[in-house]
Design a protein around this ligand. Structure first.
Ligand SMILES: [Zn+2]
Length: 303
């Protein structure tokens, strides 16, 4: 991590010419609904003036004020890939992202494939290039659907495509028995609404239905920067209106009617993520307080 040239990165970001402009205020915590929120950080990793708040009840960190759905759509259409390319110091396209996602999809199937039903009907929410749907259906048969708002991300692949944001999507009477939400939950403007819709779109638990939710751990990202004497603001990303941890992702699942049955830890240098396997449940749970998480996050901010 220390080898990364941040000065060169900020020069490349400046050359992109993006100007951040928040559009709407968020009132209260987007996960638990508490009004006990406090300012967290005032900048993101691109050094855009992206303010975040911390919920002192559940430990959710969310951008506030933030861009609205239209502003985010314009951001994804015009700027996102260029900023990611600036971060990587090379052009990032669907083609360059695909091998990395294929590797990850392979690891995921090796690790949790045993939980999949016999004939998977897979829906990947925010599935981009379809790597997860391809891996699962190649291995286990079944059918695949990719839900993604970006038109060019959906050009390739043999699966069914639904072009929509996760928030605007209505599954109607359709049901899937494997729903994957891979590294996309941080991008949602309303994760509770999206997961509630996913729950509605799930086949019954008796039919072996599972939801796979993968999140990068925000507290760990803060910890990494903090332990390298770098600004913790680098853990914040303008494209992540939400910043989940193991605790808050678990709370999100329980609140929206899912019961985690296995939680895999994915760890490599500078990176920690959690992969939840969850079954649909008939009950929902209120979001509990996470005082230790709140304390930890405050420490990174105040150091
Ligand atoms: Zn909260």
């Amino acid at each position: 991590m220390s080898a990364y040239d941040w000065d060169a990165f900020y020069e490349r970001v400046a050359a992109v010419g993006y100007e951040y402009e928040p559009k709407e205020e968020v009132h209260g915590c987007t996960l638990c609904g508490s009004s006990d929120i406090e300012p967290y950080l005032t900048e993101d990793n691109y050094q855009f003036p992206v303010g975040t708040d911390l919920c002192t009840h559940c430990g959710m960190v969310f951008i506030n004020p933030r861009m609205d759905a239209d502003a985010y759509q314009a951001f994804y259409e015009g700027w996102y890939r260029r900023l990611i390319s600036a971060k990587n110091g090379r052009e990032v396209t669907m083609a360059t992202l695909r091998p990395e996602q294929e590797l990850y999809a392979g690891w995921m199937c090796d690790s949790i494939g045993k939980h999949f039903p016999k004939y998977p009907r897979v829906l990947d929410v925010g599935g981009g290039c379809g790597a997860f749907v391809d891996e699962i259906t190649n291995r286990y048969g079944g059918t695949g659907t990719v839900l993604d708002p970006a038109p060019d991300e959906l050009k390739e692949g043999q699966w069914e495509k639904i072009r929509s944001t996760a928030e605007a999507w209505d599954p109607g009477y359709r049901r899937w028995n494997v729903i994957t939400v891979m590294n996309t939950v941080d991008h949602f403007l309303d994760p509770v609404a999206v997961l509630t819709t996913c729950r509605r779109a799930m086949a019954r638990s008796e039919d072996g239905a599972v939801l796979i939710l993968n999140v990068q751990d925000f507290a760990y990202r803060c910890k990494v920067f903090s332990s390298h004497d770098m600004p913790v603001t680098r853990a914040v990303k303008v494209d992540h209106p939400h910043n989940f941890t193991r605790d808050t992702a678990s709370a999100l699942l329980r609140k929206t009617g899912f019961d985690p049955i296995e939680i895999l830890k994915e760890e490599k240098p500078g990176h920690l993520a959690w992969c939840f396997v969850a079954k649909p449940s008939e009950t929902t749970e209120e979001v509990r307080a996470h005082p230790e998480l709140v304390k930890e996050l405050r420490r990174y901010r105040d150091e």
